[in-house]
Ligand binder design. Structure first.
Ligand code: VGL
Ligand code: ZN
Length: 200
């Protein structure tokens, strides 16, 4: 019990350079992840996994552009390029990621009507992915988190993990972000740290 646990956030082709929602330097995270995978008892990954008409896609909102802010189901929503569509290559994990070392994958963003930045809950905390219960079943009390994007999915995953009572270490060198506004990643790291995450 209490296995050391690594949580990999969204290390998928569409977030890699050249992908539909490329995050600068995201490819540099893969070797870091592979090295850490061998050092943890348990490895769990989230996978952004959207239906083709997902409400977070600009293409789903006539007259709107990528990065516009709209309302979606009563929640503010940034509109993204179409990305991580279920069963497409862009949604697959990066080819050099050691997926054989991953014990369990939790898809998120599968409901077209709501986005899910966190690996634990959708953005309205309406539905759970099951990640929290699964970690508790395994006797996990502490997790180390890395991945993309620092200012979206990593941030909300870490904040939810803390709320769920897990001790969280953010592996800062293993994170890359979008920075729609300059400083977003720095602010996100400060917010996670302020909420109780340990930075390494
Ligand atoms: C993400 C925007 C949209 C992420 C996912 O992985 O941070 N960002 N979908
Ligand atoms: Zn997404």
């Amino acid at each position: 019990m209490n296995p050391s646990t690594l949580l990999l956030v969204d290390l998928q082709n569409d977030f890699m350079p050249g992908g539909a929602l490329a995050v600068s330097g995201a490819n540099e995270v893969i070797p870091i992840a592979n090295k850490l995978i061998d050092q943890f008892d348990l490895v769990v990954a989230t996978q952004d996994w959207h239906p083709p008409d997902h409400g977070s896609f600009a293409a789903s909102h006539e007259g709107h552009n990528v990065f516009d802010e709209v309302g979606l189901n009563g929640l503010p929503q940034t509109l993204w390029p179409t990305h991580c569509v279920e069963n497409t290559g862009g949604a697959l994990f990066a080819p050099t990621l050691n997926t054989a070392g991953i014990d369990r994958v939790f898809p998120k963003g599968t409901d077209a009507s709501i986005d899910s930045y966190s690996g634990f809950y959708d953005n309205g905390k309406r539905a759970s992915t099951g990640l929290g219960d699964w970690l508790r079943e395994k006797g996990v009390t502490a997790i180390t988190v890395l991945g993309v994007a620092t200012d979206y999915c990593v941030k909300f995953t870490v904040l939810d993990a803390l709320t769920e009572g897990f001790a969280v270490t953010l592996h800062v060198p293993g994170c890359r972000g979008v920075n729609l506004q300059e400083g977003d990643c720095e602010r996100a790291i400060r917010e996670m740290s302020g909420a109780g995450a340990t930075l390494t």
